[in-house]
Ligand binder design. Structure first.
Ligand SMILES: O=C(CO)[C@H](O)[C@H](O)COP(=O)(O)O
Length: 236
């Protein structure tokens, strides 16, 4: 299992999409460990029903491929789609480093999905929406081919700039107690005012969009978040 070192991942959803490569370089210079890439909204027509996983559309594999030509940083791709399996091959080819699928979209095929993600050389991870009990993903962490990270959503997925949900910290605490070295990521509403709550609960991978890109000094926000995670780890 991966060691739970601090990883700060600016969410490129809050970047200037017209200048993605320079925004990526700027985040690297500011101390980012990972870039978080939100891939949202593709839908599948099934038996007459059409459903987006989230009410938004963002980027896909062609954008990851273009950005990969400009940076070697770990690209932490968060798939908010109803059919994640369809994206393993294209994202692997495009140069994605991590592939996080939603448990809610993969209840029937997570074993196959994890194997394919690993085959393509990416780090497999599972995300849970706020309404999903964390106990449901234990089998994915304990499987013979386990996920290497759990993403606990701290907002309803779909948009940046929402309010952090502190009640999600029970999930983080439960996971940290059960899996001391697991990478636990939090995403949504993280910034200077919420990081201590997430870090003391046991989160070590921190996604932050508006608080980083909206700051006059993004490097200060990134280093403060890292310090908070490291201090919480020392105390635990
Ligand atoms: O996955 C996401 C939304 O679904 C974003 O990564 C997340 O909301 C980050 O944005 P912010 O830090 O502004 O809340």
């Amino acid at each position: 299992m991966a060691t739970a070192t601090a990883k700060i991942a600016p969410s490129m959803l809050s970047s200037d999409f017209a200048n993605l490569a320079s925004e990526a370089h700027r985040m690297c210079q500011c101390g980012a460990d990972w870039l978080h890439m939100d891939i949202m909204g593709h839908f599948k027509v099934e038996l007459g029903s059409i459903g987006h996983f989230v009410p938004n559309l963002t980027i896909g594999a062609p954008v990851i491929e273009s950005l990969r030509k400009h940076t070697e940083i770990f690209m932490d791709c968060h798939l908010m789609v109803t059919n994640p399996l369809d994206y393993v091959e294209p994202l692997g080819k495009a140069g994605a480093s991590g592939f996080t699928f939603h448990y809610e979209a993969a209840k029937d095929n997570w074993q196959e999905l994890i194997l394919k993600i690993k085959e393509k050389g990416m780090k497999p991870a599972v995300a849970v929406k706020p309404g999903t009990p964390v106990e449901e993903i234990y089998p994915l962490v304990e499987s013979e081919n386990p996920v290497e990270m759990v993403l606990v959503m701290t907002v309803e997925p779909g948009f940046g700039g929402q309010k952090f949900m502190p009640e999600m910290m029970d999930k983080v605490r439960t996971l940290r107690k059960k899996y001391p070295s697991l990478d636990i990521e939090v995403d949504g509403g993280l910034g200077i005012s919420t990081i201590d709550t997430a870090a003391s609960a046991g989160a070590n991978c921190i996604v932050a969009g508006s608080s980083v890109f909206g700051a006059p000094e993004p490097a200060h926000v990134i280093s403060s978040m890292r310090k908070s995670v490291e201090e919480a780890q020392k105390k635990s």
